[in-house]
Design a protein around this ligand. Structure first.
Ligand code: SAM
Length: 279
């Protein structure tokens, strides 16, 4: 037969009961504190994922021009920057910052593999820094198209490359003069940061890419060195998680994050560098 516990044994009285209530109260406080700590860190994580910047200093350093004027006005300023003396030293800057030799290694070691690519588009070619690698590592029969906002930059690229194989076109990333599904490979180095809204450029690139096409995207990140880069080139920076979400929403799968070297990976340096695949 089942024994029923006496009510007396379940409800302690006097000192015992008040001690138990005290302990229960303390336990509730502890749980409450733990829950609020969890909520705080969840809120912090959500803020970071929503693209809110970590560091106030970076926000102060970062150039704000892109947010303050219309896109048309901003685009004219950018064209002026690259047409002028800053554009003239762009290739030298890429060499001194080691972007040129490290970029070469990325293609040479096939972290971004150009083998088999038939129609290649290089975005914002500048002085031809990336196209130089493309010419070196892509199949000799591959069709190569380069475009840039600045006619002057394309003229410099042509002089530097000493190769008339790439087709050079003056165009704006936000409205491309190419048909849908035209390219199986895209390289886009440090151009997206010149758009106030990345969607305008990424949607255009997704449109001109064939399904399954790959893109090498390099862009300035929202950290200390990115903030200084933004100051120098009057561009914006990107939050990695936010950019990843935008790419995914536009059907560009964030396939593989790339780093120039192991040291860059450890120190999270060198900006965002990723291989994207069009779904
Ligand atoms: C920092 S350079 C990048 C050069 C090269 N792609 C590289 O990776 O070193 C940026 C280039 O993007 C071009 N650019 C900026 N905004 C652009 C836009 N909306 N459409 C096309 N090109 C643009 C600039 O004229 C400049 O030549």
């Amino acid at each position: 037969m089942m024994k029923l516990a006496s009510p007396k044994s379940k409800t302690p009285t006097g000192k015992k009961a008040s001690r138990k209530r005290l302990l229960q109260g303390k336990h509730r406080q502890k749980v409450g504190r733990r829950q609020s700590r969890i909520k705080h860190s969840e809120r912090k994580q959500a803020r970071l994922e929503n693209g809110e910047r970590k560091n106030v200093l970076n926000r102060i350093i970062e150039n704000r021009l892109i947010k303050e004027i219309s896109y048309e006005q901003y685009r004219d300023k950018v064209r002026g920057v690259y047409d002028g003396p800053q554009g003239a030293i762009l290739a030298t800057c890429s060499m001194l910052s080691l972007h040129t030799p490290l970029g070469d290694r990325m293609f040479r070691e096939r972290h971004f593999d150009l083998r088999g690519a038939k129609n290649i588009l290089d975005v914002g070619s500048g002085a031809g820094q990336i196209v130089k690698h493309v010419l070196k590592y892509a199949d000799t029969r591959a069709d190569i198209t380069c475009f840039d906002l600045s006619h002057e930059m394309l003229r410099r690229a042509r002089n530097r490359l000493k190769d008339d194989r790439p087709r050079l076109v003056v165009a704006d990333l936000a409205s491309l003069p190419f048909g849908d599904n035209s390219f199986d490979t895209v390289t886009c180095g440090y151009v997206l940061e010149h758009l106030p809204d990345p969607r305008d450029g990424l949607a255009e690139l997704a449109r001109v890419m064939t399904p399954g096409a790959q893109m090498l995207l390099l862009t300035t990140e929202d950290n200390f060195s990115g903030a200084w880069t933004s100051r120098m080139w009057r561009c914006r920076t990107y939050n990695r998680a936010e950019l990843r979400r935008t790419c995914t929403e536009l059907g560009l799968r964030w396939d593989k994050e790339l780093w120039f070297t192991k040291m860059h990976k450890v120190f999270r340096a060198g900006g965002i560098c990723v291989r994207l695949v069009k779904e």
